[in-house]
Design a protein around this ligand. Sequence first.
Ligand SMILES: [Zn+2]
Length: 419
Amino acid sequence: MRHTTKQPRANRTITIDFQNEATYFQLLGNRKAFLECVLAFILSIGFQLAHKATCRGGGCLTRHSHYVRVRLGGVTIWRLQCTTCHAVFTVLPHFVLRYRSMRPEVARNALLATHGGLSLELCAIICHLSPMALYRLICALGQHSLVTVLTRCGLPLPTYFLADEKHSHCLTDKVYLPTIVSGRVLWHLGYTEDASAVAFTESYREFQRAASQQEPSYRVKGVLIDGFDSTSKSMRTLLPGARLGHCLRHALLKLPKKLMAIPSPVRKALRTRFHTLWYRVRRRKHLRVFALGQRLRHFVEHVTATAGAANGARVRRWFHEKKAGWYAVLEDPRMPVTSTLLDQAHNAMERKLFMMKGFHHPKGSQQAFLTGLAHLYNLVPYQRRAQHAGQCGVEVEGGRVPTCDWFLNLQILTSGGFR
Ligand SMILES: [Zn+2]
């Protein structure tokens, strides 16, 4: 249960969709048909098997051995071996979960309820299982990194992304979840016990490590942050060449807090004027940074004239701190402009973590648990009245999932035997 440094045991499990259980049991008696069915499925989802490093993967597979799993009600599971590199692949039919006696239908419903924000305890009650079994299932899914699963879906590593930390609690201690979002997909959901730049850097480095393993030449061009000191420090350490931008929507929201002791209509009028300023600058095609610098200066003069020198000075100081981050957003049209999608992801996580206080204990496997929840966030389709009804975040971002069944996708994408 503890968060150990031990690597999850290298496994070459592959989940195969046999459509229905009867087909699987029929095929068990037919060596050739079984192999063909397995290979046809792997071909259809466009994946490759993870052979040993020395093998070019051209080797044929032969049915190697079989064994009976007592825990799974005596279901026979076949293992296939590559004749060239002798790597052994364990073929799990779609209706069996690795190392678990839980039926997939039960796991599917329990995970969906969890994703919807129901507490582990209540999910467990409606699905007749123990809360700990559900917790362990989510942690098992979380053994596979987000980067691995997302790149398996054909998503390119994000060149521009949003980064921020969610503040949360583990019992009474404050904890932080460093997060990377690109569009509707979570690329990193970490866990740290302090808010220092060192701790955040360590967490974001895990993403960078996983990404570089996938693509050694991976470089980030731009990151949108909310301006928190530890975040910007850790980004500068890890991604020295990337542009660091500050969210423009936050700029609009923050302005009223900088204006003190003035009548509400004056504050409102200034806010509207500030809004127009941003709108005009963003609409420009050229010299956007130059235009923003000029307009910010004029705006400070206007604040001084209408709201007094103290407010004018406060706004000037604020602009001075933030403007480099705003310029960074305007300099590159591909930079994300607001962190709205990251806030949405954080709100979704907040609902789940809030409901799970009982499992949010200091000795739990926080990192694996969070990664498991993040897989659900990326792969569970949106409900039918949503903007992207029926699609999951990965699909909205242009990724491809192996089948039209999200739970089967989760099983396949977190299988160890695919490359
Ligand atoms: Zn091989």
